[in-house]
Design a binder for this molecule. Structure first.
Ligand SMILES: C[S@@+](CC[C@H](N)C(=O)[O-])C[C@H]1O[C@@H](n2cnc3c(N)ncnc32)[C@H](O)[C@@H]1O
Length: 292
């Protein structure tokens, strides 16, 4: 089955619906708490969707069933109380057209739409708005693969005003780690850009000695090559959350999002400067794990 429907919408599995339900649950608590703070010191709070997507993705079905799901922008727009603003980013012009239409569907919501690479838009236009203000933002980072730069995460952390809900692509990382040799320099650079650190690669690859027959000289020659065993998804997720812990005060336990064959695709987690935010997320994640 294709990843996209005939209108270019995403076709998503049950696991992506789970992710959206977890997002909606957290948004509700976040908005309720922040709204109370507005009566005291808070000037406003905003929802930023850095990978806004196709708005109404289609559920992957066994037959020709057509069921549409509310994507992350709709989950945010339906959250009560309302956010002070909704800033949606996507790189694709087709998706931007769909996102623009939300302004007609939600005339009471303050929606701004940005087309382009979210690392640039966040860094150049949106993050600076929070540097010296009594405003807060919740940022959903939900890429297909390895598209969120660690530098962007650091800039968000440095504001001390942004909570991030990250869907970290475990599959995206394991896919570029060959089994029988170290990743090539471009992939190491990509991992460094995404994770901010690649020291862990040394731990993953172990030398494996093997005796090879050198026919030319008719003698045995010892060669050593680097190999890796299976990557434990939980270990990789914890590696990423440890990195987050160095720049955010509080980070939730990651929840592993698995597909129908039980392979881990993503690790979802919240990073914040607020203890309660992480406590609430851990409770939501625990309930989800229990129900699975
Ligand atoms: C997984 S989908 C998002 C799904 C959406 N969050 C939802 O739950 O309904 C990823 C989206 O990111 C967009 N995208 C890919 N790379 C991007 C980038 N560097 N900056 C902004 N958007 C990007 C794609 O066009 C796609 O719509």
């Amino acid at each position: 089955m294709s990843r996209f429907g005939s209108d270019g919408e995403d076709i998503i599995g049950k696991w992506s619906e789970d992710k959206l339900d977890l997002l909606a649950k957290y948004l509700q608590s976040y908005s309720w708490i922040m709204n109370r703070e507005k009566e005291k010191w808070l000037k406003g709070y905003y929802y930023i969707d850095a990978f806004a997507g196709s708005v109404r993705p289609r559920a992957k079905g066994e037959d020709d069933e057509q069921r549409y799901i509310e994507g992350s922008p709709l989950r945010a727009l339906r959250t009560e109380p309302k956010f002070g603003g909704y800033w949606f980013i996507d790189v694709s012009s087709k998706r931007i057209e769909r996102i623009q239409r939300l302004k007609e569907d939600f005339p009471d919501c303050n929606i701004e739409v940005y087309q382009g690479n979210c690392n640039e838009i966040l860094g150049d236009q949106l993050i600076p708005k929070f540097n010296s203000s009594s405003k807060r933002a919740f940022i959903f980072l939900d890429p297909y693969g390895l598209s969120i730069d660690w530098e962007t995460i650091k800039k968000l952390a440095n504001t001390k005003k942004c909570d991030i809900f990250v869907n970290f692509s475990i599959m995206g990382v394991t896919r570029i780690l060959p089994k029988d040799k170290k990743p090539n320099p471009e992939h190491i650079e990509l991992l460094n850009r995404i994770m901010g650190n690649t020291d862990w690669i040394e731990e993953v690859y172990k030398p494996q000695s093997s005796i090879q027959l050198n026919l030319f000289y008719d003698q045995n020659e010892e060669t050593s090559s680097l190999k890796r065993g299976p990557i434990n998804a939980e270990w990789l997720a914890n590696l990423y959350t440890e990195q987050l812990r160095a720049i955010f005060e509080y980070v939730s336990q990651p929840v592993l999002i698995k597909n129908s064959t039980n392979s881990v695709l993503y690790a979802l987690c919240l990073a914040s400067h607020n203890k309660t935010a992480v406590k609430i997320t851990n409770q939501i994640f625990k309930r989800y794990e229990k129900l699975k």
